[in-house]
Design a protein around this ligand. Structure first.
Ligand code: ZN
Length: 655
């Protein structure tokens, strides 16, 4: 690991201690091998004058809920140092009291809760204190004789602290251990099974001590021959099995969840290891990971149902053995290993899934490296249980936002790059769903920046492209619950007498047959979905066709009939199919200002009159159609199937 210190950047802080603290915290935070997703914490001690003109010494420490990679000045909580010292002198302090008294010692009441390590930061007599969960150091400490290895590597000036729970207990242990000790003689501090602390009056030195300590551990691992396998073998992906697993894990979880396959060369290689089950079953990299990953992954064999039952039983036994009156959390696994395929991460949102995927990728690497040092040896079950059920850790999860209607649901939308399709994707994401957005236009790969959307270029008139896109959807999100089949073309006007055969075929193919193909291929996954539902985007032309539009209207009428039959065939399986008939939606790619002007002129109307030429005199937008489509997929329509709904502001020919 190399120092990223940049004197030019540091100079921009103009010697402001808090700004420098933000700067080096971000340097630490962007290094994934040091901290991941909210792990680690940093602080700076600053003297400030209060409103009475008295000088106070404050500890600006990372606030709860902030991430070192993106932290700002507002992310540091100013706590009176004296109060922290007094807390360290207490014999005992409950978690609740620690949170309370740390808050009471803030000089800014709107600051976030100070880190649970604030007392520890407070007692270290240096201006800058840096703490990370560096993979390399923790890996060495998580092996047999790890403490001796750390001692041999760093020599006598490294303070080594045996594992204790973070928070007051850890601060107190170090407070006692360092009484009468000359801190200036120390190079740093290694907390067994947990991480590293460095400290200095100079921000650069404190930061670079961390980099040095971690580099030494990385070199040590390298010299020990510790490797992480990769494979060139392609994963053997069984998407139906993935969807079945997602369904069953959701049931254990008590709500639909997402499941993402990591089929990177490293992940597949790990899943293929002969002892993958054994070595992955010993515990996490650092104890704070347990709230995200649980203690162990689930190892899937041919009979995944049996694997899940065993996992559940073992989790219940673990809870039974170690609990002291806590309420049991759901027994569902957070990640799993699928031999030959890689690993899967489970979570209620893509954000949660990504956190698990990142953590477990680092964990797998650490496990493989530790196997070269005598074997992976994580913390014992009892300590891990205490961490998993620690109220201050669980509080982090509870901060998640309120659940949305379609949280954990997976949708697929075709024709998603513009108009109604694009609006449907946006409405689904607003309701909490994740969406596979398909379009023939390759810009689909870049128009949705959100991690909740998977843009896939797909020509839905080609069955092979449909199946490839579906496979990618299942690998990325785990299953399929909702389908909006929307893609279509509007062929140029032509009478029956003058109809070009190719034009006719093309319209029928895209506006009708491709929908049938898509629906057919989606069915096995929808059957495994949660409250599965389909919305077909039809057209008012089905009720009120116009001359010259036979190729379009006949295809849409056929598509409507397909939807009605689908409702009959699929109702018994709990899959609802409803049809939406939009009319006169002008904010789509089909309609330019020019075209609108010329059509309006043709009818002797202004553009505004033309746009609102319906019973309600209302303009119907793509967003209106999308919101209705999403409503039809949701609980409001839970008792409705085979229905056709016009969304057109009222059309006398339809009414
Ligand atoms: Zn820590």
């Amino acid at each position: 690991m190399k120092s990223s210190w940049n004197s030019k950047e540091a100079k921009k802080c103009k010697g402001d201690l808090l700004k420098l603290r933000v700067y080096t915290s971000c340097l630490l935070g962007k290094e994934e091998d040091l901290v991941l997703h909210g792990g680690g914490n940093t602080s700076v001690k600053i003297k400030e004058k209060n409103i009475f003109g008295e000088t106070e010494e404050l500890l600006y420490v990372k606030g709860s809920g902030w991430d070192l990679a993106t932290i700002e000045e507002a992310g540091f909580s100013p706590v009176k140092l004296k109060a922290l010292h007094r807390l360290a002198e207490l014999d005992t302090l409950s978690d609740m009291d620690m949170v309370k008294y740390q808050r009471m010692a803030l000089t800014n009441p709107s600051a976030p809760n100070p880190s649970v390590e604030a007392i520890l930061h407070g007692i270290i007599p240096f201006t800058f204190v840096d703490h990370t969960h560096a993979d390399a150091v923790v890996t060495i400490s998580n092996t047999p004789g790890g403490e001796q290895k750390i001692r041999d590597l760093y020599g006598p000036n490294m303070l080594i602290v045996p594992y204790v729970m973070p928070g007051f207990i850890l601060a107190k242990a170090i407070y006692e251990q360092t009484k009468g000790l000359d801190w200036s003689q120390l190079d740093g501090m290694v907390l067994m099974n947990h991480g590293v602390f460095t400290f200095d009056h100079d921000p650069r030195f404190s930061y670079e001590k961390m980099i040095l300590i971690v580099s030494m551990a990385e070199d040590y691992l390298k010299k020990s021959g510790a490797t992480f396998p990769r494979t060139k073998k392609k994963p053997r992906v069984d998407t139906l099995k993935l969807a079945q697993i997602r369904r069953e894990v959701s049931q254990m979880w008590g709500a639909p969840i997402l499941s993402k396959l990591d089929h990177s060369p490293e992940s597949v290689a790990f899943s293929n290891l002969n002892d993958a089950k054994k070595i992955s079953n010993r515990g996490p990299l650092t104890p704070d990971h347990i709230i995200r990953t649980k203690r162990t992954p689930i190892f899937f064999t041919k009979n995944h149902q049996k694997n899940l039952n065993t996992f559940k039983k073992q989790y219940e036994e673990y809870f039974e053995k170690y609990n002291s009156g806590e309420q049991q959390l759901d027994p569902a696994p957070r990640w799993g290993i699928l031999p030959g395929m890689g690993s899967v991460s489970f979570g209620p949102s893509m954000k949660a899934v990504k956190i698990i995927e990142d953590i477990t990728a680092h964990t797998k690497k650490a496990i493989c490296q530790a196997e070269h040092l005598g074997g992976w040896k994580a913390l014992g079950k009892k300590d891990l249980f205490e961490m998993e059920y620690w109220s201050l850790e669980q509080a982090k999860l509870k901060k998640a936002k309120a659940k949305k209607t379609m949280q954990g649901k997976v949708a697929l939308v075709t024709g998603a790059a513009s108009g109604i399709g694009k609006a449907c994707v946006e409405s689904l994401v607003e309701e909490g769903a994740v969406v596979a957005a398909l379009d023939i236009d390759k810009k689909i790969n870049s128009i949705f920046p959100q991690k909740e959307v998977l843009g896939l270029q797909c020509d839905i008139s080609k069955t092979k492209e449909i199946s490839r896109s579906l496979k990618q959807t299942i690998m990325h999100f785990g299953g399929l619950d909702l389908l909006i089949t929307n893609a279509g073309i509007f062929p140029k006007s032509s009478t029956i007498a003058e109809m070009d055969n190719k034009l006719w075929e093309k319209s029928l193919n895209i506006n009708m047959t491709s929908h049938q193909q898509l629906l057919q291929q989606c069915l096995p996954y929808l059957e495994l979905g949660f409250d599965p539902a389909v919305v077909i985007i039809g057209s008012k032309n089905v009720y009120a066709p116009g001359p010259g539009a036979s190729a379009y209207s006949v295809a849409k009428a056929g598509l409507t009939q397909l939807g009605r039959i689908a409702a009959l065939e699929l109702g018994g399986k709990g899959i609802r199919v409803n049809i939406l008939h939009p009319n006169a939606v002008y904010d789509t790619a089909l309609w330019s200002e020019e075209l609108l002007k010329s059509r309006a002129k043709h009818y002797g109307l202004t553009v505004q009159e033309y746009k609102t030429n319906n019973v309600l005199k209302a303009e119907v937008t793509s967003k209106d159609v999308a919101n209705m489509a999403v409503a039809m997929l949701g609980p409001l329509f839970s008792k409705i199937t085979g229905a056709q709904l016009p969304i057109d502001g009222g059309n006398i020919r339809v009414i």
